[in-house]
Write a protein that binds this ligand. Sequence first.
Ligand code: CTP
Length: 222
Amino acid sequence: MRFLVTAGPTREPIDPVRYISNRSSGKMGYAIAEAALDAGHEVILISGPVHLEPPRLAKFVSVSTSDEMFDAVHRHANDSNVCVLCAAVADYKPAEVSPVKIKKRAGGMSLKLIPTHDTLESLGRRRSRKFLLVGFAAETNDVEENAAEKLRAKNCDIIVANDVRVGMESDENEVVILFRDAAIRKISRAPKKILACELVKIFSEFATKVFDKKNETITERN
Ligand code: CTP
């Protein structure tokens, strides 16, 4: 199968020297890309800026902003059987990017932010997609409830939810996997590399099950 995996944070520029970002390390996405390659799949890894070496056998696309992530994913999604959107894409970006460094002035300063494109949601809205769509949910509270809401709102096939207090910047993670037919699986705390192997197995089995049914496409849920 062909896997598309996104990983890492995005950077939303404020001016030539400043940006808004988050603490995502990219480890989970890179581990999934590696595990998919080890299982014999083809992988395209679309990554925000991280301090990790991309797997040698993956096709690698480096992006920085949420807009670049959106464009790269849309360019490659149709060539994929499984899209795993693991990246921690910024939800907001500055309404304007200053072409010159913003100078310090007396008093406070406010920044106007506008929403970014939601890549996962836009793929979920595609009417007749031919790939399995997997989202991640990074939560600090009410993990299962929030993840179930994301699965519904973004029309994914699977959501992998994790508590960022366990997984963020760490080599370990603990996840709850929610499927569109309401099934739930939990994988307790383990190194991200081990978790990634389990997840790849689950995604490819699920994709085979879905697509073997007379090569069906996944249709929009109302
Ligand atoms: N995502 C995306 N594009 C965005 C924001 C999020 O594709 N602009 C994807 C992430 O890659 C992930 C999923 O949406 O697969 C959920 O991301 P998360 O940050 O947990 O949720 P949000 O939708 O941003 O909601 P909130 O921040 O309110 O929890």
